[in-house]
Write a protein that binds this ligand. Structure first.
Ligand SMILES: Nc1ncnc2c1ncn2[C@@H]1O[C@H](COP(=O)(O)OP(=O)(O)OP(=O)(O)O)[C@@H](O)[C@H]1O
Ligand SMILES: [Mg+2]
Length: 417
């Protein structure tokens, strides 16, 4: 990320004046971003303290999203200035993981520096221009403003006589020269923290990412094989067994027809029941591949249906304005289904909450309850299955469940939009 503005001695006076005006506009804009950063600092401290006291966890993700938005504003400003600023990999995962991400820490560092030093530099540049205009017109003001109000107009030097008032234009010339020479330089100083801290961390190499993608690709293939095996077992042990039973029963019925038609009738009735069981099993297998409710009612309808079936009262918040790829919707559905089954089976909770939200091209799913906590993916296959499925789609999954609760199962899936 580098760019050098042409401010060398060879530039024409007009070009340099244009530079100074341009720099003033951008330092003032930078100072505006800096003021937002400065205003965020006290909030950041309050959120950190609340989190430390274990009550502010819910505020962490919105605060980090705000930090990211401000950093993006600065990245955009730097790009407009001609610098190349690469985006670091977006932090994802639980609030703890996102807060510990090096990119977040670097953005926080930028926030502190830009909210103080950046605002100061912007104020200096704008102030120099204001002093120029103010002090240039100073003798005029001194002439026409009433005696009692002259004090109010005093610039850098208090004027007490006509001859001293003439010092004003002299100061204006000095302020102008400082502004003219200094504005582009101060703009570069103001940009420096963003250039150093808002790109990817130095030494970021893509090999870790490649290793992660290779692992998740293997996990995807594994998950696919496991899924095929599950379907094969379900068909083999369920529907196929029943169809074999039907064939045997029909054979027996045919043998009975000449000898004992009543008995043949009974056997055929059993064959019919077994056929219906086989059909039910087939439907269950089909539903487990891609739940039709997803196809018919979309993710929102499907999740609401799951929440309505939950044994614990459950509130649902869904903010997904567009449809996601079928594999993502199916995974989100299975996550909510498994997490809510766990809430009913294990949590002893009074209330549960499901939140599904599409944000910056990623689908966030959160299922929480106020139950007994201590959920552990190592104790069963459900939570581990969620993690495996989600990682296979290059997403992130986490379970936070301290003893005594609350329990939260969170998932983030890239949605490709
Ligand atoms: N919401 C919850 N509240 C409390 N404990 C939970 C919760 N969810 C899961 N657990 C605990 O974590 C364990 C692991 O859950 P997991 O879903 O992996 O397995 P399971 O539900 O026991 O079996 P299955 O493989 O059928 O899902 C559970 O046995 C249970 O003790
Ligand atoms: Mg389970």
């Amino acid at each position: 990320m580098d760019s050098e503005q042409a401010t060398g001695p060879g530039r024409s006076l007009r070009g340099r004046l244009r530079d100074a005006v341009h720099s003033t506009g951008y330092t003032a804009y930078g100072a505006g971003i800096g003021l937002l950063a400065a205003a965020s600092l006290p909030f950041g401290i309050v959120v950190a303290v609340l989190w430390f006291l274990r009550v502010g966890r819910r505020l962490v993700l919105p605060s980090l999203a705000w930090l990211r938005w401000l950093s993006d504003l600065e990245r955009e400003r730097l790009r407009r200035l001609g610098y190349v600023v690469d985006e670091p990999l977006s932090p994802s995962g639980s609030p703890e993981e996102q807060a510990a991400d090096p990119a977040t820490r670097r953005e926080l560092g930028w926030l502190v520096i830009h909210g103080t030093f950046g605002v100061f530099l912007g104020a200096v540049v704008v102030q120099l221009l204001l002093i120029t205009v103010h002090d240039l017109a100073y003798p005029l003001w001194w002439q026409y403003v009433g005696v009692g109000e002259q004090e109010l107009l005093n610039g850098l030097l208090p004027a007490s006589s006509d001859s001293r008032a003439l010092l004003g234009p002299l100061i204006a010339v000095i302020a102008f020269a400082l502004w003219f020479v200094g504005a582009p330089r101060l703009l570069r100083w103001q940009a420096e923290p963003g250039l150093r801290l808002l790109g990817p961390p130095p030494g970021t190499d893509l090999s870790a990412r490649v290793a992660q993608l290779t692992a998740t690709r293997a996990a995807a293939l594994d998950a696919h094989t496991v899924e095929l095996r599950r379907i094969e077992r379900a068909l083999h042990d369920g529907a196929q067994n029943r169809v074999v039973g039907v064939a045997v029963l029909i054979g027996a019925a045919r043998r009975e027809v000449p000898r004992d038609p009543v008995r043949a009738e009974e056997i055929l009735a059993r064959a019919q029941d077994t056929t219906e069981d086989a059909l039910a099993e087939l439907r269950a297998v089909v539903r487990s591949i891609l739940p039709p409710v997803l196809e018919n009612r979309g993710l929102a309808g499907a999740v609401n249906a799951l929440a309505a079936d939950c044994a614990v009262p459950c509130t649902v918040t869904i903010d997904v304005p567009v449809r996601c790829p079928a594999s993502v919707e199916a995974t989100a559905y299975f996550v909510v289904a498994e997490a809510l089954t766990n809430v009913s089976k294990h949590s002893r909770a009074d209330r549960a909450e499901v939140e599904v939200r599409l944000d910056a091209g990623r689908l966030h799913v959160r299922v929480s309850d106020d139950g007994r906590g201590s959920a552990d993916p190592a104790d069963g296959t459900g939570l581990a299955g969620i993690i495996r499925r989600v990682e296979a789609l290059d997403g992130r999954a986490w379970v936070t469940s301290p003893p005594g609760g609350p329990t939260e199962v969170g998932v983030e899936l890239p949605c490709g939009s």
